[in-house]
Write a protein that binds this ligand. Sequence first.
Ligand code: CAA
Length: 240
Amino acid sequence: MARVALVTGGTRGIGEAISVALKTAGFAVAANFAGNEEAAKAFTEKTGIPSYKWDVSDFEACKAGIAKVEAELGPVDVLVNNAGITRDAPLHKMSLEQWQAVINTNLSSAFNMCRNLIDGMRDRKFGRIICISSVNGQKGQFGQTNYSAAKAGEIGFVRALAQEGAKYGITANAIAPGYIGTDMVRAVPEDVLKKIIGTIPVGRLGEPEDIARAVVFLASDDASFVSGSTLSINGAQYFS
Ligand code: CAA
């Protein structure tokens, strides 16, 4: 039986590449999405990967969504916490709504998803939890106190969970992508983005597949001794 992988925010951007790469590697994949029905429909038609709509910032919605995925595909062995948003503003201009939206969607989602999956993984003595963090959680980014805090939080989250999961065959790791050519990054004002690319030694944005390949490795049986780590994939922009 193929292992089951669930990718949040799995129908677009980095998440789409992760879903496709996991399917190619032989996993039965479920892709969660929050809002963009049209993109999700096109994704499912193109890839044959089923998509499931719920809001990862909502604990009960995660519980119900996971139950549906597990009823259709079987117990989830691999969870990729990829869903994320930005609400950039310098702190002195940031609203409480901007703060809470990013913390809830990017960080509380890790709790909401993992808490609803961890008992099953412990019972089955196998699990792979992969959080898609960010270079901006490692180095901080002007205009992103909310996002940098959430992404740094995920790194602490996997370090703690790695220790708890070790006895049960459960690994927890983070990947910290740099600037990848997705809609999220392309939404950065053009002049700002140009300057950012100037700080990336390889001289370009990354590709979603650069991240997806690393997820496939961390999800594999070969990665059973890799846990609590953060893998930086950023074109030599930053070393932590
Ligand atoms: N460092 C230092 N100062 C900066 C700065 C920086 N990086 N960016 C802007 N400033 C300064 C400006 O020069 C300006 O200075 P003055 O007041 O002296 O003129 C001041 O800050 C205010 O700048 P703005 O008027 O541009 O402020 P704003 O509120 O209009 O916009 C911003 C600020 C929203 C943060 C905008 O600069 C921006 O969008 N920056 C990009 C942030 C970013 O990199 N986001 C990443 C998104 S992609 C992502 O998150 C994916 C991932 O994981 C990598």
